[in-house]
Design a protein. Structure first.
Length: 202
């Protein structure tokens, strides 16, 4: 049975989106012994060094995205994982891919297979959108930025994935060609992007 103190802590974590850091616990004068007790009771679980999540029965398929973005606030779901989220391909990655600014060097200690990409700040900041789920919130690149990322990394992803992504993108109601072109200009992909779109739209 939860004590009144535990209930207050649970509510506090819930109000913070279901995640809490060691420094946040410390600011609230919650001791390491109390944290250990919450872990033992199964009230919270440790997802990375200094990062905890509240036990929830509302977890969904995006729970790992949420965990990564809470363990590393700079993380933005990227490339293969964003392709899958936006349903641009049948790609089913077994590793979660995320981007961080190039100057960042801290790697979250997670029990999740991850692949991190370092991205120049002016490109990293393009097209980030927040997504709210039953498991919490995470950041991901929007549909148009994801297509630009695919074109940028086309040699690694392969022509089959590139073609599938571009064709599916053009069928999407949520596409924004103006944003696509804007992002492509910043990423110096405008010429090649126009070539691909020109071929596909004829």
């Amino acid at each position: 049975m939860k004590t009144n103190k535990t209930k207050k802590i649970v509510e506090m974590i819930r109000e913070n989106g279901g995640y809490y850091s060691t420094s946040q616990f410390s600011q609230r004068k919650i001791t390491s012994r109390q944290i250990a007790s919450l872990l033992e009771q199964g009230v919270i679980s440790k997802i990375a060094r200094g990062c905890y999540k509240l036990h929830s029965d509302d977890a969904d398929q995006f729970e790992q995205f949420v965990e990564i973005c809470n363990a590393n606030p700079s993380a933005v779901i990227y490339l293969d994982s964003a392709i899958s989220y936006h349903q641009l391909s049948n790609l089913n990655p077994n590793t979660i891919v995320f981007a961080v600014p190039r100057e960042e060097r801290t790697l979250p200690d997670l029990n999740i297979p991850i692949r991190r990409h370092f991205v120049s700040k002016h490109i990293y900041e393009l097209g980030i959108i927040p997504i709210a789920t039953g498991s919490g919130s995470f950041k991901i690149y929007d549909l148009d930025k994801t297509v630009c990322d695919v074109v940028k990394h086309r040699n690694k992803l392969g022509n089959e994935v590139l073609s599938e992504v571009l064709n599916n993108y053009l069928k999407k109601d949520g596409k924004n060609i103006s944003n696509l072109v804007k992002y492509a200009k910043v990423m110096r992909l405008e010429k090649i992007m126009m070539q691909y779109l020109g071929v596909l739209q004829w």
